[in-house]
Write a protein that binds this ligand. Structure first.
Ligand SMILES: O=C(O)[C@H](CS(=O)(=O)O)OP(=O)(O)O
Length: 236
């Protein structure tokens, strides 16, 4: 297996083989949680007007440059998702719109053979899927902040996944220390913006709570995030 390490939206454009789009803060921590809360379908969409066209029929979750979007139901926050009434998601279509993770996954789909959505909470399942599917080329894309600036949490999650695939070593305590001191974590600590709750980093740094890799796949005119059976590896 050849592993390429890439960053940000430019990295998502360059991804080939199986692209693993890593967004720890916060899109691809939110995505597994929404699936776990029994969303019927989780759609990934960058275009805000298209998201709003489903308003009322679907639950709209997301942000634009980390700010809430008018007409959406929830920001891109794991804490606020977990604090919601779970029946809000059960059996519903949920649309996720985010500036880095969702945008990166949609860009990567143009040239990669397959696209996986990853964070610490499904990293081990993602690595298991990559091994099981016999991927020959894997692009680990750390999406960073605004899709433009590399961020410690995504780079270290890339290290963790790479180590699970047999490359390099990984120390989660050292990673937590670095991530919590980084600008992308510090923006949560002031707790002065309800859409940036101080508890979000703690949730996002939990490892391997979710046993499924998640693939981004076309579903009609939409792109859907689909959990893969654990231990599976659909061939490329
Ligand atoms: O909501 C977030 O934490 C980020 C904001 S930004 O893209 O870094 O501006 O969104 P995400 O796409 O989950 O990284």
């Amino acid at each position: 297996m050849r592993i390429k390490r890439l960053s940000c939206l430019s990295g998502a454009e360059a991804a080939r083989g199986v692209a693993v789009i890593i967004d720890v803060f916060r899109a691809f921590t939110c995505a597994p949680l929404l699936i776990r809360l029994k969303a019927r379908a989780l759609l990934l969409e960058a275009d805000i007007a298209r998201c709003l066209s489903l308003s009322g029929d679907a639950v709209l979750v997301g942000e634009r440059n980390e700010e809430p979007i008018e007409g959406f139901d929830l920001p891109n926050s794991p804490l606020l998702i977990l604090r919601s009434d779970p029946t809000r998601f059960t059996g519903r279509t949920v649309v996720l719109r985010t500036t880095s993770g969702v945008a990166g996954a949609l860009v990567a789909r143009q040239k990669a053979d397959a696209v996986l959505l990853a964070s610490f909470i499904n990293a081990r399942a993602t690595a298991a899927y990559l091994r099981a599917c016999g991927a020959s080329v894997v692009s680990l894309v750390a999406m960073g902040t605004h899709g433009e600036t590399p961020a410690a949490e995504d780079e270290r999650c890339g290290d963790y996944i790479e180590s699970l695939l047999g490359g390099g070593s990984y120390d989660h305590i050292a990673a937590i220390n670095e991530i919590l001191a980084s600008p992308s974590a510090r923006r949560f600590y002031a707790a002065d913006k309800p859409y940036l709750p101080a508890a979000d980093p703690a949730i996002c740094l939990q490892r391997d709570l979710f046993a499924h890799a998640i693939r981004a796949e076309a579903d009609g005119d939409w792109v859907r995030a689909i959990p893969q059976p654990s231990g599976s590896g659909t061939p490329e």
